[in-house]
Design a protein around this ligand. Structure first.
Ligand SMILES: *Cc1c(COP(=O)(O)O)cnc(C)c1O
Length: 388
């Protein structure tokens, strides 16, 4: 079956009520008929549900769909993208290990790596997302256990050659863990390119309607099993309600991403030579520095583009204040288009130098392109630029 068919048809076994869509299993625990069945479940001799911190039918359905879409062996879903990222680090690294990561990262991931891993004796170092594979190799240490990357990165949209990085990681017996939030499985398949693990914030495109938080980790069975045991004991379980929402969302992910990407491609093309903009980045525009890699490993350029407006920080804030249709909000990957100004918000705590190192310039604007009509989105951006 094709991935979009799997995303629609994978489901919890129908109950005796013969319902067409999956019901919501709002229950903390599950019953057993006999003491022997309960013993066997606790001994992992069966895969019966025990307790919703371990497993739940709605959560399993969402996980199964993501496993199918990403072409993975197994998966585990979590309460948020950050618990997926944190779980994938803590379950697989120990004191004395080293994490090698791209420098441009989602803010909270950067905070976990720089503020918390060291408390557990886990070392880290950063490589620029635009670095060559030779540069990545130079930064590998004898104790490097995991390479962690986002591609495209947030918000600079840098692209990393995932196949080349996976080949390097495997030559050196290192786990490659990829945050596939920006591309989604309909935009890019890191596991087919060689990644061992894929993490997601399901809060973004997977939900796609700005309603619930969620996360998921998929990949090699033996790695997922370690992550499952870590999460089962520490408790970042996805709520059945959120899983039910997210599972329904996956049924429309393919068509939504197609439209997000075609809207973004068209709008980015219309804006790229605007006189108030000094540069515009979108993975599928030939002017993108890693356009060739993007074309090679991505099915489409995704729903995000960013541009630098003339006039820096003040112009960036004024641009946001002038928008009438686009939302000013901390999310991305919604049916509603969203504009954000990283230098004054998500990345305001970084020093100017740190921002420069991850391609966040003072006038950088990130647009998450929604599903409104593309001409209405463009019109709003143009009138806000005109006011500068
Ligand atoms: C939002 C985001 C996360 C964190 O996900 P939450 O669901 O907000 O916890 C991680 N990585 C990327 C790239 C994100 O955009």
């Amino acid at each position: 079956m094709h991935p979009n068919t799997r995303a629609i048809r994978t489901r919890v076994t129908q109950t005796d009520e013969m319902e067409h869509t999956t019901p919501l299993f709002l229950t903390s625990s599950f019953c057993f008929d006999t003491a022997e069945e309960m013993r066997a479940a606790f001994a992992d001799e069966t895969d019966d549900n025990i307790y919703s911190r371990f497993s739940n039918p709605n959560v399993q359905e969402f996980t199964d769909k993501m496993v199918a879409l990403e072409g993975a062996e197994a998966g585990y879903s979590t309460a948020s993208g950050m618990s997926a990222v944190f779980g994938s680090f803590m379950a697989l690294m120990k004191s004395g290990d080293h994490l090698l990561s791209c420098r441009a990262l989602f803010g909270s991931t950067h905070n976990i790596i720089t503020k918390y891993l060291s408390r557990f004796g886990i070392e880290f170092s950063y490589v620029d997302a635009s670095a060559s594979i030779a540069e990545w190799e130079k930064n590998i240490r004898p104790n490097t256990r995991m390479i962690y990357v986002e591609s495209p990165t947030n918000p600079g949209l840098e692209i990393i050659d995932l196949k080349a990085l996976a080949d390097l990681a495997h030559r050196r017996d290192i786990i490659l863990n990829v945050d596939n939030c920006f591309a989604t499985p309909f935009g890019q398949l890191p596991i087919a390119l060689g990644a061992d693990l894929v993490v997601h914030s399901a809060t973004k495109w997977l939900d796609g309607q700005g309603r619930v938080l969620g996360g998921v980790i998929v990949g090699k069975k033996e790695l997922i099993n370690e992550i499952y045991l870590f999460c089962r004991n520490t408790g970042p379980a996805l709520s059945p309600f959120n899983a039910w929402i997210l599972s329904k969302s996956l049924e429309t992910l393919d068509v939504r991403m197609e439209r997000h990407a075609s809207n973004a491609t068209w709008i980015a093309g219309q804006l790229k030579d605007h006189k108030k903009i000094s540069s515009l980045k979108y993975p599928f525009l030939p002017s993108h520095p890693q356009f060739e890699i993007a074309k090679k490993q991505m099915q489409h350029g995704g729903g995000i583009f960013c541009f630098e407006i003339n006039g820096g920080l003040d112009a960036g804030k004024k641009f946001l204040d002038s928008l009438e249709l686009l939302s000013m909000t901390a999310n991305l990957g919604d049916t509603r288009s969203i504009a954000s100004h990283p230098a004054s918000t998500t990345h305001a705590k970084l020093t100017e130098e740190e921002r420069q190192a991850v391609a966040i310039t003072p006038g950088l604007i990130r647009i998450s392109v929604g599903l409104e009509h593309r001409e209405d989105i463009l019109k709003d951006i143009l009138q806000a630029l005109d006011g500068l």
